[in-house]
Design a protein around this ligand. Structure first.
Ligand code: ASP
Ligand code: MG
Length: 418
């Protein structure tokens, strides 16, 4: 079986969905599992719904209407017959969402977030499944929540591999086209969970691992994995073939083409990953597989914006030693800060982190009891894999460099955003 993942950008309108059909005609679809994200920017729009709900904002209804209207327009563009069952199915899903919002008693933001945001994927796959049926491609719509079981860490759920493996081995229909949702799972009590933003690639990898799939293809609006984000670097080039190791490094440092958790399950079973263009499926794209990197090492540039640089020093010039460092890490973990760089000297310790969950103020208070805390908000972290002098200059020229770290293959530079 082959696993195909289509992200939000690939299904952002009726033309996008028709294009998925074109891609399937080109690749074949007899033994394929399609993992699909929410359409376009739906996840962001549903996040706004959740925020409006919690803030008791007057725009709650308007934000819900916006999501419904967007999908309804796509339905009208795709289906001539307004009596088609897809209209009922989609309005039933949105009805479930309304019902949840008017009956929910949970004050847990992350829980509510997952229950609401998941409708993006449920609706998108419902529409696509019906559309494929309508153009003569028989398929099986599956509710991923019956397959991927997770813990109850809402918005960042951890996979229960054993249960998931059992469900997938037993119930995924081989020799068919299956269509399912990326990003979602469910916990022990059957509540919806999500795997973290952009988690649909990871969903594809979970299925691939559990099925021992032949390959995973991520269909993108770029020709493949580039050495830099073409939106920011005008001389970006395609990497034709890279090893799992290199891809894991790139994803780890924040290359956004592949979700970082995606590679490990694939690497374990040596399942090749292809990143290809949904605009032109004939192009070779990038292949990520076992073995040597065939690339001459092109410098690769990765930017993470909106980072926080925290520098801690001891109040009384005491050295920052193992014990302090371990306390600091326990706190970073507790406050769910994603660490992207560490640097220490005798009496100071710096970390570059991403405050995804808005916990920095609380963390700062706790840290200040033991350390002098200095910080810069809204910094950018640039990583250059296989750096050269020229590559480094490209980044640091005209910017205030706050910190620089060099290892054998990688240079990292933290800069102030001007
Ligand atoms: N729809 C989710 C998101 O936008 C998951 C994904 O696209 O991979 O984060
Ligand atoms: Mg998305």
């Amino acid at each position: 079986m082959r696993i195909f993942k289509f992200g939000g950008a690939s299904v952002k309108d009726a033309a996008g969905i028709r294009n998925v059909h074109e891609v399937l005609k080109f690749t074949g679809y007899d033994d394929v599992l399609l993992v699909v994200s929410a359409m376009g920017k739906t996840t962001n729009a549903l996040e706004a719904v959740v925020n409006n709900y919690f803030n008791k904002s007057a725009s709650l209804q308007a934000s819900i209407q916006e999501v419904k209207k967007y999908h309804n327009q796509i339905l009208l563009d795709l289906f001539d017959d307004e009596k088609h069952a897809v209209f009922t199915d989609v309005s039933r899903l949105f009805g479930d969402m309304d019902y949840f919002l008017s009956h929910n008693k949970s004050p847990n933001y992350n829980f509510v977030y997952d229950q609401i945001v998941s409708f993006g994927e449920l609706v998108s796959t419902t529409i696509i499944s019906h559309f494929m049926q309508s153009v003569g491609i028989k398929n099986q719509w599956i509710d991923v929540r019956n397959f991927i079981k997770t813990d109850a860490t809402y918005r960042d759920a951890g996979v229960d591999w054993e249960q998931t493996q059992k469900n997938i081995s037993k119930n995924v229909k081989k020799k068919a086209l299956n269509i399912t949702q990326g990003f979602l799972g469910s916990d022990e009590n059957g509540f919806t969970t999500t795997l973290g933003r952009e988690g649909s690639d990871y969903t594809a990898a979970i299925f691939a691992y559990c099925l021992g799939a032949e390959s995973v293809t991520i269909w993108k609006d770029v020709p493949g994995v580039m050495n830099a984000d073409p939106r920011y670097f005008d001389k970006a080039v395609l990497l034709n073939q890279i090893s799992y190791r290199e891809a894991i490094e790139l994803a780890f440092y924040g290359a956004s083409v592949i979700h970082p958790k995606t590679l490990q399950p694939l690497q374990k079973k040596e399942i090749p990953l292809y990143v290809k263009s949904f605009v032109d499926p004939k192009l070779p794209g990038t292949s990520v597989s076992k073995g040597a990197d065939l690339e001459p090492y092109t410098p690769c540039f990765i930017v993470k914006r909106n980072q926080l640089l925290i520098s801690l020093s001891s109040i009384d010039f005491e050295f920052i030693m193992e014990e302090n460092i371990s306390d600091i890490f326990a706190l970073l973990h507790k406050y769910r800060m994603k660490v992207s760089l560490i640097q220490n000297s005798a009496i100071s310790f710096s970390v570059c982190v991403e405050d995804k969950f808005g916990n920095f103020n609380d963390l700062k208070t706790v840290l200040a009891r033991k350390f002098k805390v200095a910080y810069n908000e809204n910094v950018s972290l640039y990583t250059i894999r296989h750096f050269t002098d020229q590559a480094a200059r490209l980044i640091s020229d005209n910017k205030t460099v706050l910190l620089r770290q060099i290892s054998r293959e990688t240079m990292q530079i933290v800069t102030k955003e001007s």
